[in-house]
Design a protein around this ligand. Structure first.
Ligand code: FES
Length: 161
């Protein structure tokens, strides 16, 4: 039911729909899911995915397939700020393990978990985010932070709402 979409979400989705041929509005599905996830503070619900499907005239299962395929989309409740630390070889050699340990201690959670206050989601250890020269590095809400130290991590996280 498209009633579950906010007016703002409909505006954003409409902006993307216009970029595609009139009979291809389902091409806006990724932009639509990204927007409704953002409005829902970081994750998708079945109701929201159904609303996107109905709005774009797609089958619901097709939207679930997209949502479960792309790693930037969350289909389960999680903290609103998503943190991923690269632990592949270049970052590992420059101290990624220390960064992961620091985050887990600071947030009192393990990788894969969210803080109880819903503020942080320590999503995963990434395999390589193509910023190898800047290791150790992490991505927070899709923004790269490089040459990390525990103090830098603290400063980055403490600025988030
Ligand atoms: S190894 Fe960490 S970004 Fe490539």
């Amino acid at each position: 039911m498209s009633n579950n979409l906010s007016e703002h979400a409909k505006e954003v989705i409409g902006h993307w729909i216009k970029k595609y041929p009139a009979d291809r509005k389902q091409s806006a599905v990724l932009a639509a899911l990204r927007e409704v996830q953002h409005e829902n503070r970081g994750y998708l619900t079945v109701e929201l995915m159904d609303a996107v499907a109905d709005y774009l005239g797609m089958s619901r299962i097709a939207v679930y397939e997209v949502a479960s395929f792309y790693s930037m989309l969350e289909t389960r409740p999680c903290g609103r700020h998503s943190i991923s630390v690269c632990t592949n070889v270049s970052c590992m050699l420059t101290g990624a393990d220390e960064i992961v340990a620091h985050l887990e201690k600071k947030l009192s959670i393990r990788t894969g978990e969210s803080t109880k206050d819903g503020r942080y989601y320590l999503k995963c250890e990434e395999e390589c985010l193509a910023a190898c020269c800047g290791g150790p590095m992490m991505m927070v809400d899709h923004i790269y932070h490089e040459k990390l130290t525990p103090a830098k991590v603290d400063a980055i996280l403490d600025k988030l709402d």
